[in-house]
Design a protein around this ligand. Sequence first.
Ligand SMILES: *Cc1c(COP(=O)(O)O)cnc(C)c1O
Length: 339
Amino acid sequence: MGNESINWDTLGFDYIKTDKRYLAHWRNGEWEKGALTDDNQLHISEGSTALHYGQQCFEGLKAYRCKDGSINLFRPDQNALRMQRSCDRLLMPGVSIEQFIEACKEVVKANERFIPPYGTGGALYLRPFVIGVGDNIGVRTAPEFIFSVFCIPVGAYFKGGMKPHKFLISTYDRAAPQGTGAAKVGGNYAASLLPGKKAKEKGFADCIYLDPLTHTKIEEVGSANFFAITKDDKFVTPKSPSVLPGITRLSLIELAKSRLGLEVVEGDVYIDKLGDFKEAGACGTAAVITPIGGIEYQDKLNVFYSETEVGPVTQRLYNELTGIQKGDVEAPEGWIVKV
Ligand SMILES: *Cc1c(COP(=O)(O)O)cnc(C)c1O
């Protein structure tokens, strides 16, 4: 079953209306079974808490076509668990791991013709979300909720191979010290639109956020996590209650240890210690690994491995991760769920 209208080579990260999406309502204290629908429009009350008070959260994961034609989901249980934590933080009812994974599988199967072929570097991006809906105006949790999963085919993040990018340290914060930084909620993204736009206008790929309490430590790279390789070969990544616990980050920590034999340090990444690093990168489901060629801070550009070449450790981590995702490299136990 092909798809003649899509050019897999030029595919980017844009909304495309695919055939089916999953929709379930939470009413009378429980999630209903849910079903696939053709309709990509939501019909919700004008008083929905998602619209006024930001009561919503989302996830992002990918389905990959393997060489043998089978389809891989990468660690969907981790996305399910994270969505439960995001729901807890915003007083929304969590979705069970089983219902979450089943919804993802149904959406992938129903949109199989949109999965980019093996070898194109593309994937089917899944966007699960939970929103507060129903008639309401006061600041309180919603009377009803919607859990939905839709999908879009996305192309390789870098056409023609990975390339390093430059980032700018922002003077804005995306989250508060004891706020919602660790939850995947839209409010954090709304707060990041202006700083991101300003960084891009200055010619940077995105901005980097420092810790909101002291502004001395790196926390996030736009909407991706930060990692670096020290000159003595340690894998370093920030740990903080306002960092979003990425599944790519978690996976790289495990691969750095088990497959590359690197020591891993989760802790403070001080902005005045960038000279300790020989390589740096941003990681996330959408960006996979984006090598960081340089970081500008207080008008000074700190260059890592190279402004144009990808460092060898970053390249090995990338090969290992993407090899596992598309089924070419043996996965650690439980990482791959077949659709
Ligand atoms: C989603 C997200 C990430 C990356 O998480 P993955 O699970 O690796 O996709 C990192 N930072 C922020 C702020 C995010 O929202």
